[in-house]
Design a protein around this ligand. Sequence first.
Ligand SMILES: CC(C)(COP(=O)(O)OP(=O)(O)OC[C@H]1O[C@@H](n2cnc3c(N)ncnc32)[C@H](O)[C@@H]1OP(=O)(O)O)[C@@H](O)C(=O)NCCC(=O)NCCS
Length: 409
Amino acid sequence: MGSITFRPVTEDEYPSFARAVVEGFSEDLADDDFADHLKTLLPPERTIAAFQGSEIVGTIAGYDLELTIPGGCLAMEGTTVVTVFPTHRRMGLMQEMMGLHLDGAAKNGVALAGLWASDSAIYGRYGYGAATYAETVTMNSRDVMFREDVAIGRVRRVSVEEATGVLPPIFDAVLARTPGMLARTSDSWKVEVLHDATWRRRDRTSLRVVVHEGADGPDGYAIYRQKSGERGDGHANGTVHVSEVITATDQAHASLWSYLTRVDGCPNVRWWNFALEDPLPMKLKEPRKLTREKRFDALWILILDVVAALEARTYGYEDSLRFTVANAFRKDVEGSYEIVIERGIGSCIRVEGDTEIEIDLDVLGALYLGGGDAHAYAAAGRIRADTGAVGRLHALFHTARVPWCNQVF
Ligand SMILES: CC(C)(COP(=O)(O)OP(=O)(O)OC[C@H]1O[C@@H](n2cnc3c(N)ncnc32)[C@H](O)[C@@H]1OP(=O)(O)O)[C@@H](O)C(=O)NCCC(=O)NCCS
């Protein structure tokens, strides 16, 4: 078969890289603009391709992301477009590309890497653990009745152009208090969130944006598309496909959901990324009518630098723990550590000798944002410690707020 080489693609090779990415995800290049669009997000120097001769047979790339963590935010390497052409699968190409990608991030001093996984069996071996979860929910407008005591106000439609100015401050207020969310630049609003190219629509309308005006100005928004439909008896049976609902106040939340479930012609409403702790069911007369289509793992976290990552977040308890981290793929991270928490801040050092806890690196990633359950991982043998130490680990890492990730990348 000849040898495979790995390197970033050049400008000239970028269209082939984009094609390999799209085909790797079982699609075709829908539009000639797609390669240019991808290049604005993932410039050539952030890519790695596997080449057989001049042919690209594997791809990976990195985004520069900023992630909200408990008590702050931290730079994160976003792992993306991991594909290997079917003719070259299960020959170790992904493994090789992943090593180069993560070594590069670690060398650049980035303490975290993150991704959304197409398959939950792939990434644990590299040290990524599922750190946030979400649900896909559907509802029918005739079933969604708000309790009488829920205050509902009006929303107004804004154009996509106006939205680029109105939405970011609302988003940033919610971002600051929600671990698991990814910060946005003015470019990412334009080229990702509010980018409305035809290839993004998939038989649905262009983007619709509505904003709730609170007492102190705009405090919530929803972005959605509609798809028309008809029942056998001729009644309209369209669907509102929600892309995003971000609300900084309770009234904005109720008002926007009331609006989304009252769009004439579209009695069906679907949001793919409903937060586990979203209060919508508590506001409804019949919470059971909100259908949970599926629960899924969303953002996976890999800790590349244990000391930097653990010192960057805050903790709710004072304690100290000695723990050993295990992972065959990230040998540089393996070893023993001690963390001492004082007034919510952790000091972490490498140590020698016995520790109370042995934890797999992917599990540390799963606990990092505060949503993981250390007891459940211990029951599965992925944390090895006595019950008392597991309880202390859980208490230290767990947060009252459930982490939620706003965006697939
Ligand atoms: C996922 C994908 C990139 C794997 O590429 P690959 O080059 O075949 O993977 P490797 O040969 O390097 O495999 C490394 C290890 O991961 C395992 N593995 C690879 N893909 C896997 C999968 N989908 N499920 C479970 N294990 C998988 C391999 O068995 C191997 O384990 P082993 O060393 O114990 O035998 C490739 O199958 C692909 O392109 N899939 C479609 C696109 C996709 O879903 N990408 C992931 C995006 S998040």
